[in-house]
Design a protein around this ligand. Structure first.
Ligand SMILES: NC(=O)c1ccc[n+]([C@@H]2O[C@H](COP(=O)([O-])OP(=O)(O)OC[C@H]3O[C@@H](n4cnc5c(N)ncnc54)[C@H](O)[C@@H]3O)[C@@H](O)[C@H]2O)c1
Length: 370
């Protein structure tokens, strides 16, 4: 039996490439549709190094209806994981139309193409930004939406569109995954986040300071009403997030309707706690300077993760120390990203044994599939 094919839009990106690993390990064949506007096709070669299976790449735009129709016709796709999108909050404020076009119009074009192809199982990458900044933590899925920037509004609107679609047509099975703060890297050191320019997010920034690429970390506000005064977020390992997609796919395939699920650990870590964990993982001192608060930053938020456990049977398994250790391994092994040769497999990633073709064949078959 050939492995069931899953179309993964945005599958060459940070979360998408790790999701390809999790899908292959669960016995699926990802077909990636990506423009590569914020990613590199070599991420898929690294997926092959880890799993022994290289995802097919369809280089196309998720807004391109004809390209979508061709992809569905060519690949006998069973279900879709939709991650393609633009994700920089600041950029979304400067270029709202660009964001509505890719994130909203792209999702509409995709849902229409799925309907034409008769593929009605969808996992959508949403975000904790749909909640806005006024809810007490932990934040449960029932909390009302209140996004405070165009990026968050595009995610909220796509969720509403998909909820309307599921009410209108009960054949659809949809899961919207609200990620909190995905960080870390694959434990092999072969796959990780490649920020384009100065990182917007804390962990890649710290990682670059530890590596000596940046002089110091600016902590944006140390006078919040939190235990140590710095902002608190729910950091979740990217491989846990990736595995959440497999759990959501199973659920969406079996149960029609729409489900919203937080992907977070259920507790927060402050900036200073992340810095300490990274210092432990790397053995390096992280220089830092305290700067003013950033407008629009919430002091603290973390997920109520109980519903994801109840509905998907998913919970985060990797802790902050592992998130830092895996980020640091990725940083050390790939200081120039995918321009570096495939690193020698790293001690500690014993799971990843080379076979004589130089790749591991650890794919895990025999699961039940969508
Ligand atoms: N990383 C986070 O912190 C985070 C948090 C919450 C939600 N998300 C969402 O998860 C998804 C994946 O995020 P990521 O961190 O992997 O980002 P990423 O930029 O690494 O991945 C997005 C991928 O989509 C592709 N893409 C962009 N526009 C496209 C288009 N028009 N057609 C086809 N492909 C296109 C990019 O080339 C990239 O490979 C995004 O939808 C993002 O909004 C991310």
């Amino acid at each position: 039996m050939p492995a069931p094919r899953i179309l993964v839009t945005g599958g060459a990106g940070f979360i998408g490439s790790h999701t390809c690993v999790a899908l292959i390990e669960a016995g699926y064949q990802p077909v990636v549709l990506d423009t590569l506007v914020n990613s590199d096709a070599r991420s898929l070669k690294r997926v092959a190094c880890i799993t022994g299976v290289e995802p097919v790449l369809v280089r196309a735009d998720v807004r391109d209806a004809a390209a979508l129709d061709r992809a569905f016709a060519a690949h006998e796709v069973r279900a879709v994981v939709h991650l393609a999108g633009l994700k920089a909050v600041g950029e979304s404020v400067a270029d709202p139309l660009g964001y509505y076009d890719v994130n909203l119009a792209g999702s509409l074009a995709l849902a229409r193409a799925m309907d034409r192809a008769g593929v009605r199982t969808l996992v959508f990458s949403s975000s904790a930004t749909v909640y806005g900044d006024s809810h007490p933590s932990p934040i449960a899925e029932a909390a009302p939406h209140g996004p405070v920037n165009p990026y968050g509004r595009t995610k909220s609107m796509v969720e509403s569109m998909l909820a309307d679609l599921s009410r209108a047509d009960p054949r659809w099975g949809i899961a919207c995954l609200r990620y909190f703060n995905p960080v870390g890297a694959h434990e092999s050191g072969l796959l990780g986040e490649l920020p384009n320019g100065p990182p917007n997010n804390l962990m890649p920034y710290i990682s670059q300071v530890a590596a000596g690429e940046r002089e110091y970390l600016v902590v944006h506000g140390a006078d919040y009403d939190t235990a140590d005064g710095t902002g608190v977020r729910d950091y979740v390992h990217v491989m846990d997030v990736a595995e959440g997609h497999v759990a959501a796919l199973h659920r969406a395939a079996r149960r029609p309707g729409i489900l919203m699920a937080n992907l977070g650990t259920g507790h927060g870590a402050s900036v200073l706690e992340v810095v300490s964990a990274f210092e432990r993982a790397s053995g390096r001192r992280i220089a830092l300077r305290i700067g003013p608060r950033r407008p629009g930053d919430a002091p603290a938020y973390w997920a109520d993760a109980r519903s994801a456990w109840r509905t998907l049977g998913w919970r985060a398994r990797r802790d902050l120390d592992q998130m830092c250790a895996d980020s640091w391994r990725w940083q050390c092994a790939n200081p120039h990203g995918f321009d570096d040769p495939v690193p020698a497999l790293v001690p500690g990633a014993a799971l990843f044994q080379n076979n004589d073709r130089g790749i591991n064949i650890h794919s895990n078959r025999g699961h039940t599939h969508v």
